[in-house]
Design a protein around this ligand. Structure first.
Ligand code: ADP
Ligand code: ZN
Ligand code: ZN
Length: 743
């Protein structure tokens, strides 16, 4: 039995890293657990205060008789703080990180407020409203107003001082703008929702397939059967309406809802619908908020001022006291996985939080992750399907354009004849087109333009990447070979790395269709000026005939007049050296294929590909999730990739290349010893696919094992080894369980 407990006395303070060791008295032997609230004597006067057990230990660093004893376990039910400490302990156990890192993740710490926060000027217009305003002031030649508005369009709130002193806007002008409802002057730290009128009139009567889900979830909840539900529903099938109805049902019972969405900027329309439905009872967290503002929203949540909070994965840690449900929209998205330690997955963490709080979890997606769908098939989650579109429109027809044939016919441009013809027709009809360049991540793989073949690692079945040393490398196992001169499959000399950006596409479109009005959306065109929203609003209002963009344009938005979606280089993402490449390709293509035809006019999708026979491409074209799932799951089972087994990436980084190699080799040697006791498949070390990032040299080792617990045990042994070995001071080692990205 551990005789000592490390106790943290206040988790609301910055001093999270300071724990105090106490002796466990005999009468509490065996009764304490991590996360429990206890009473401890503190300070000179031995005042009794509350603390939380962070760690139990059978060793002490001090002399035993100098330690004070824990006075007792705090009475009463589990507080939200206790939940969070348990959640942190679970994260540490599951993903590996220090307790402090985990605590900081689950419990955002109040930043010291710098005095009283000064007055701020905040923009109250966005999108089309904002454009109209700008146009009006331009016409009236209202220079001061224009100056302010342009500044606010970049950054939607500015310090009052800056506005008056640097932008030279007078108090009178500001008051006038305030009266016109263009800006708001915030006198203290307060946060309000944008002015969206609550509109209960827009209430929709759910279809029986939707209502059945709502009824089931709420009935289960009332019976204290807190489950996990997966809603597999095509785009436009009314999932968001279901989420809102469930949240409203929870609110009626005095319970709260957390709604996670992948990226606010891309789900702007969804957020507005929640505003309209829940008014002041909903709050949205986003990345532009300061730590203080975020904390204020959490306070509001804790004080019962909110029914619903919407946000990215960190919204999971909203301290609702009566949490009823956690809803995760687009649950397959990679953004739900943290990229810093602890590298937690919001879906798994949501389950744990729900378990602690007695809440339900709803997962929704048109293309569920293999993880979730597998669990649903096994009956661990309750599965619901929504197979019809609710609003207007039907699923568009999808045509595959075989780019190998185009090449054989002498067409070396980036557009197939079919796509060119279709765009031509769109322009004649005055209907809009979106061109989606599938260009995800790293494009160092080598493929054949004649037969579509990708050069793969013979051991790992993932693409090899071309490195500057002129050789091909595998990022999982380290296998390497010389660059091929001809396609090993068909002998064609047309092999190489594929690189094309949105800018090149834009130029090519403009050359080909000089009469077309073209908009481009990528990192360059969305920086500042209202970002994505501005570009999307312009397109939605008919400002352009063709919108060109990467991933961003296929997500979330409804454009009523878009009746053609062209997908360029559909297979680019298939070749990323990553075991999830096919899954991600399928998701993107399915999403793209669901975009066109959201109105009464029928839509069409043309997917250009070098691998039209690939199951991810085929299944997306047929809107056939099940077929994709079966094929992909077969592959994961064969190769032992998640969710068929678990996988852990060990990431080694150092500023010195030789040290990175040395540390990786040390770990490998240690692993060989560990694996004698706990068997697992071990690959690497290998250079990461981005082998040097921000001057850090990166190496990876991968471990595969069916049991997640075994991987956790291996990780703990490695952590001990690293702690005891001084050489690791010059580098970092991180762990990633079931990684979502290639390293
Ligand atoms: P998803 O979240 O699955 O993409 P949404 O909830 O956004 O689907 O619904 C798509 C469109 O259909 C929206 O405009 C929504 O208002 C509308 N809609 C959803 N359910 C219904 C319904 N039962 N009756 C009428 N319109 C509906
Ligand atoms: Zn070939
Ligand atoms: Zn390999």
């Amino acid at each position: 039995m551990p005789g000592y407990a490390n106790v943290i006395v206040e988790i609301a303070l910055e001093k999270l890293d300071r724990t105090f060791q106490y002796k466990i008295p005999e009468e509490l032997d065996g009764q304490l657990a991590v996360g429990m609230e206890v009473q401890v004597p503190f300070g000179r006067g031995n005042r009794l205060i509350s603390g939380y057990v962070m760690e139990l230990s059978d060793r002490t660093e001090c002399e035993d008789h100098r330690l004070k004893e824990i006075a007792g376990i705090a009475p009463g039910r589990l507080s939200v703080e206790q939940h969070f400490i348990r959640l942190a302990a679970w994260m540490r156990e599951t993903y590996g990180a220090t307790m402090i890192q985990c605590l900081k993740t689950v419990s955002p710490i109040r930043q010291k407020v710098k005095g009283l926060e000064a007055k701020q000027v905040r923009l109250m217009k966005n999108g089309q409203d904002l454009s109209n305003c700008l146009a009006l002031y331009q016409k009236k030649n209202a220079k001061a107003k224009l100056r302010l508005l342009e500044a606010l369009a970049e950054n939607d709130r500015l310090p009052y001082e800056l506005v008056t002193k640097k932008l030279h806007i007078s108090g009178a002008t500001l008051r006038a703008l305030q009266e016109e409802g263009v800006v708001e002057i915030l006198s203290e730290k307060k946060y309000r929702n944008p002015p969206v009128p609550k509109d209960p009139g827009a209430h929709i009567v759910l279809h029986e397939s939707q209502q059945a889900i709502v009824d089931q979830v709420l009935a289960d909840y009332r019976d204290q059967r807190y489950g996990t539900y997966l809603i597999h529903g095509i785009t436009g099938s009314g999932k968001t309406e279901v989420y809102m109805e469930i949240a409203a049902g929870m609110a009626a019972m005095g319970k709260q809802a957390i709604v996670l969405i992948p990226e606010i900027a891309l789900t702007y329309q969804t957020v507005m619908r929640f505003y309209r439905r829940f008014g002041e009872r909903v709050s949205v967290l986003h990345s532009r908020m300061s730590a203080g503002e975020r904390y204020d929203q959490f306070e509001r949540a804790k004080n019962g001022g909110l029914d619903v909070i919407i946000g990215p994965r960190s919204a999971l840690f909203t301290p609702f006291l009566q949490l009823g449900v956690i809803i995760i929209d687009e649950e397959h998205e990679g953004t739900y996985k943290s990229e810093t330690m602890p590298r937690y997955h919001a879906r798994e963490t949501a389950m744990e939080r729900a378990r602690l709080a007695g809440a339900s979890v709803i997962l929704g997606s048109a293309t569920p992750s293999l993880e979730s769908y597998t669990k649903a098939l096994r009956g661990e989650y309750r599965l619901f399907s929504l197979t019809e579109r609710r609003g207007e429109g039907t699923l568009p027809g999808v045509i595959l354009a075989d780019m190998r044939k185009e090449l054989a016919a002498g067409n070396r441009s980036m557009f197939s004849g079919m796509l060119l013809e279709a765009i031509e027709k769109q322009l004649e009809k005055g209907e809009q087109t979106m061109l989606f360049l599938n260009r995800r991540g790293f494009a160092g793989f080598v493929s054949c333009r004649e037969c579509g073949q990708v050069i793969k690692c013979p051991h790992c079945d993932v693409s090899l990447s071309y490195h500057r040393d002129g050789r091909l490398h595998c990022h999982y196992c380290g296998y390497t070979k010389a660059m091929e001169k001809k396609c090993p499959q068909c002998g064609s000399p047309y092999i190489g790395t594929f690189r094309a950006g949105t800018q090149q596409v834009e130029e090519a479109v403009k050359r080909r269709f000089p009469q077309a009005r073209v908009l481009r959306m990528d990192m360059d065109t969305t920086r500042g000026k209202g970002g994505h929203e501005a570009v999307l609003e312009r397109f939605a209002s008919g400002d352009a005939d063709i919108l060109i963009g990467t991933q961003m344009i296929v997500k979330g938005h409804d454009f009523k007049n878009v009746t053609l979606m062209g997908v360029l280089a559909a297979d680019l993402s298939l070749m990323v050296p990553d075991y999830r490449a096919a899954e991600r390709t399928f998701q993107l293509l399915a999403q793209a294929a669901g975009r066109a035809g959201r109105s009464r006019k029928p839509g069409q999708v043309i997917i250009q590909t070098y691998q039209p026979e690939h199951y991810a491409v085929q299944a997306a074209a047929k809107h056939d999730y099940r077929r994709f799932y079966e094929e992909e799951m077969g592959y994961r089972l064969l190769a032992g990739y998640p969710p068929a087994a678990h996988m852990m990436a060990v990431l080694i980084a150092s500023e010195e290349e030789s040290l990175a190699d040395e540390l990786a080799n040390l770990l490998k040697e240690q692993l060989k010893r560990i694996l004698k006791q706990i068997p697992a498949e071990c690959m690497g070390p290998a250079p990461a696919s981005l082998s040097k990032v921000r001057d850090l040299y990166r190496r990876t080792i991968y471990l595969k094992q069916e049991s997640q617990n075994n991987l956790a045990d291996i990780r703990k042994l490695l952590e001990q080894y690293i702690e005891q070995n001084g050489q690791f001071a010059g580098g970092t080692v991180q762990f990633d369980l079931d990684p979502m990205q290639e390293y």
